[in-house]
Design a protein around this ligand. Sequence first.
Ligand SMILES: Cc1cc2nc3c(=O)[nH]c(=O)nc-3n(C[C@H](O)[C@H](O)[C@H](O)COP(=O)(O)OP(=O)(O)OC[C@H]3O[C@@H](n4cnc5c(N)ncnc54)[C@H](O)[C@@H]3O)c2cc1C
Length: 491
Amino acid sequence: MAAAQAETRHKVVVIGSGFGGLFGTKALRKAPVDVTMVAKTTHHLFQPLLYQVATGILSEGEIAPPTREVLSSQRNAQVLLGEVTDIDLEARTVTSHVLGRQTVSHYDSLIVAAGATQSYFGNDHFSEHAPGMKSIDDALELRGRIFGAFEMAELGANRGDNIDHLLTFVVVGAGPTGVEMAGQIAELAHRTLRRDFRAINTRSARVILVDAAPQVLPPFGAKLGARAQRELEELGVEVLLGAMVTDLDERGLEVKYKDGRSERIRAVTKIWAAGVQASPLARTLSEQTGAPLDRAGRIAVNPDLTLPGHPEVFVVGDMISLDNLPGVAQVAIQGAKYAAKEIRNRLEGKAPQPPFKYFDKGSMAIISRFNAVAMVGKLRLTGVIAWLMWLAVHLVYITGFKNRVTAVLHWFISFLGRGRSERTTTEQQIFARAALARLRRGATDLVSQPGAYDAARQLLEETRRQELEAAALEEARLTDSGERGVHADQR
Ligand SMILES: Cc1cc2nc3c(=O)[nH]c(=O)nc-3n(C[C@H](O)[C@H](O)[C@H](O)COP(=O)(O)OP(=O)(O)OC[C@H]3O[C@@H](n4cnc5c(N)ncnc54)[C@H](O)[C@@H]3O)c2cc1C
């Protein structure tokens, strides 16, 4: 009976475990549906704090709790690991892959919340030497590269080499992520690391923030942007505006200014915080529905977040183009909750909701400790007040009680003290991404295909069993015969 009920229950598939995916799944907690969340990582990621992982303030676990644990008490939800490679709107199926294993999930309703990736504006080869800031892998790689650059500079200084390119850090993109990243690298150089090295003066490091736009933090308006720029410059960050990156390699980058001048900046560490591109799944959906994509690859959705001709498919968050909504967490959270409510309403025979309306709760960016800029409605805040607000908001939204407790502890260490609790870096962090990219099929090349593994394991098991049996018989014989410890010619 229970099995039959489960068979007939409405099936919702949610793609993504970010803000849209997780909040959408949670909002269906009490609905008479079975939810399958398919995501390509096993964690939910609090992206706004990635820069703190990259600069050693927080650990990756604090901003990326396992989705399975977060949803463990939600009985109607299951989590599936896999990268969605296809959505068939006619057949109502979602196909996902992980390490060569394919899963096909059927749905009655679908919520697509696959977010966005880094955009290099057509220069994808830049990514090899300028990681973006989109995932835990990115943040850990950057942590390794930033702290590693200081180490290499110390070695170089001991040998008498020129180390300017090692102590120059370039952040491309002066939006909130770029500003926060540049501010934190400056704090590392000027406060955290200043007593840790012998051959170099970390305070001589150059931190350069580059953007083609004429101002810092354009979405915050001219006044807050100018204030943020001033504060950054006081921290020692060089701000280069109207400067477009035209080339980038292992040892540096070329920038071209509005007046036609070009400059080469020698810098080993480059961080790309400049553009976003919606998940390629937006294109998959566009091809099947005719819904247009904008320049950032975001798909146009109906006012109720559904796709034309497919009221059962909702798209939310960074993937959508609707009323110039910004790519921020609250758009994804509120959109996902709206979609979940619509699914519930339909099952309960209630009237549809009015079109989706975003409620803007404000934006903020931290510049350095005790210093931030914030916009809430018409209110513009700066300095300590904005920073305290930032602290409160981020504490509320970090997922999980224990993560909140340890994040506060780490913030105390970094903001009141001089330290960073998470400075550990490994070779894997720095080199794994480039090494995997050199494999034909990435990580899939490192594991056996299903079936091949089973056959190999059976063979291995049989041989190993024979070896283990022979070794055990010999051990027992040696003990029983009294031969242990007796020299061969005395036996
Ligand atoms: C560094 C950084 C700082 C930010 N700071 C702020 C901030 O301060 N305030 C703010 O409001 N917003 C901020 N944002 C933006 C905010 O994080 C996004 O707007 C928000 O995450 C969008 O939510 P989403 O659910 O659409 O996508 P995401 O949260 O990105 O989630 C996408 C999910 O889909 C999964 N996924 C992607 N492709 C596939 C696939 N093919 N198959 C399966 N799963 C897939 C991903 O693994 C992920 O789980 C920041 C973003 C970044 C990168």
